[in-house]
Design a protein around this ligand. Structure first.
Ligand code: GRF
Length: 227
């Protein structure tokens, strides 16, 4: 089977991009990263891509008079590179139907909170300031609303007593680096189908019978004995 040609969209450090590259290079993730596109020229993620000989492109949204015009140019560049699916990994722009319709059902995003809570930029900060006991991250299909599309995978990360937002953010990021490559693999293998808000993974990873006895569950603070 041929490898899914993907682009990774970034705006910053690109540690999620690095996680994808690492999984491609160790043979776990069978995709072809055709391009890394950033809307910020100084994004360190571009360096990471260059180190691994992945073509890069910087398009500043500030050079375009509308979101649609910017998206149209991104589509032109990515299609020109043969891209069929798009991974938004810390890409801090809202996309329009111009972009969505170019890669239907093939755009996913990672968000550093348990959606639908704390959508938008700074999800970790808001969650931390709100005093949540459990935060986490979400990989979802992208639709026309921000941080809204059908959810592929979520991971819960407990907030530790007295923890500051920086360490919580870092711990969430560590988990992001696991779930984004996993979701990308499922996408590349054609194992995800969407019905309304529901994403079905085939074959499912957890048998129904197992769910009844020992289902995965994170409760924080941990329950005391007897509960
Ligand atoms: C991640 O937390 C991502 O979920 C958020 O921005 C951060 C980007 O980190 N949208 P990096 O650029 O992948 O290091």
């Amino acid at each position: 089977m041929s490898k899914l040609p993907i682009a990774v969209l970034i705006s910053g450090g690109g540690s999620n991009l690095q996680a994808l590259i690492d999984k491609v290079e160790d043979g776990t993730l069978d995709v072809d990263i055709k391009m890394v596109l950033s809307n910020r020229a100084g994004a360190y993620g571009l360096e990471r891509a260059r180190k691994h000989s992945i073509p890069t492109c910087t398009l500043s949204h500030k050079d375009y008079s509308s979101r649609e015009e910017f998206d149209g140019e991104m589509v032109r560049v990515l299609k020109g590179a043969g891209v069929e699916a798009v991974i938004m990994a810390g890409f801090m722009r809202i996309i329009t139907p111009v972009f969505l319709s170019a890669f239907p059902g093939n755009i996913i995003n990672i968000h550093p909170a348990l959606l639908p809570s704390f959508a938008g930029a700074g999800g970790q900060v808001e969650a931390s300031e709100y005093g949540v006991q459990i935060s986490g991250c979400t990989v979802h299909f992208v639709d026309e609303k921000m941080d809204h599309g059908a959810i592929i995978i979520q991971a819960a990360v407990p907030a530790m007593p007295g923890e500051d937002v920086e360490t919580l953010t870092e711990r969430i990021l560590q988990v992001e680096h696991r779930v984004l490559p996993q979701a990308t693999k499922w996408l590349a293998e054609g194992r995800l189908s969407v019905e309304g808000r529901f994403v079905k993974l085939t074959p499912a990873n957890v048998a129904k019978a197992e769910l009844n006895t020992d289902f995965p569950c994170l409760i924080n603070p941990p329950l005391e004995e007897g509960f």
